[in-house]
Design a binder for this molecule. Structure first.
Ligand code: NI
Ligand code: MN
Length: 222
């Protein structure tokens, strides 16, 4: 599975000929390399509609024909803009061409009135990926491992201010117990400044999870 980090919370997964793109904040994202704009997703997974996640969703979905997978109210809002969107909701588990997607809780605003933010658990072939979205630490995150795991790769925010900080994210790793953690949502803006090397050292010395730090534009085969 090829993972590309485009900065902030924008993550691309290439798996079995499908391109999945999470939270495509590219235009206006100071961390995103220009070539991020040329990604042609098959699916856009949108955790919520804050501008640093909604980002280029409408333009990219319109250009590529990608289906946007998100929570219901955000899906309705996007469909109203002509986007092919499917609005599910927390707890739902839905089969797609790439595998299976489950929407899970994220403690965060949605970015639109009456909406809800979410995280995602994807089953891709034999592997499971947890994309936490923007969220605080919350105790039911233990369910990600206990009921829906084991998780191979977890994308967790560590930047504080809007989400968990690195201390809380280290606790999340201990609960989720992924084989690999990729930290996201840090250092994009001054308010999110975080020592990612300290996070890596702390997690790897206190858990059996490996932390893979990707600079914006970097890819890894995981
Ligand atoms: Ni947000
Ligand atoms: Mn955010």
């Amino acid at each position: 599975m090829k993972i590309t980090f485009w900065g902030h919370a924008c993550v691309e997964i290439d798996e079995a000929g499908k391109v999945l793109l999470f939270d495509p904040f590219i235009t206006g994202n100071p961390a995103a390399p220009k070539r991020a704009a040329s990604v042609k997703p098959d699916f856009i997974l949108l955790s919520h509609a804050h501008p640093d996640h909604l980002g280029d969703t409408v333009a990219m979905a319109t250009a590529s024909g990608a289906q946007v997978l998100t929570t219901n109210e955000i899906g309705i809002m996007l469909a109203g803009q002509g986007v092919n969107a499917m609005g599910m909701h927390i707890g739902g588990r839905v089969p797609f061409a790439f595998g299976e997607l489950k929407l899970v809780l994220a403690f965060h605003g949605s970015g639109i009135a009456g909406g809800q933010a979410c995280g995602f658990i994807l089953t891709l072939g034999a592997r499971k990926v947890y994309f936490a979205g923007d969220t605080s630490l919350y105790s039911d995150m233990k369910l990600v491992h206990d009921l829906w795991g084991p998780i191979d790769i977890a994308f967790l925010p560590i930047g504080s201010f809007y989400t968990m900080d690195a201390d809380d994210a280290a606790v999340a790793v201990a609960w989720v117990r992924p084989k690999v953690v990729v930290p996201i949502h840090y250092n994009t803006f001054p308010a999110l400044k975080t020592d990612v090397d300290a996070f890596k050292q702390r997690v790897e010395s206190s858990t059996s999870s490996k932390v893979v730090v990707l600079s914006p534009g970097d890819s890894a085969d995981l």
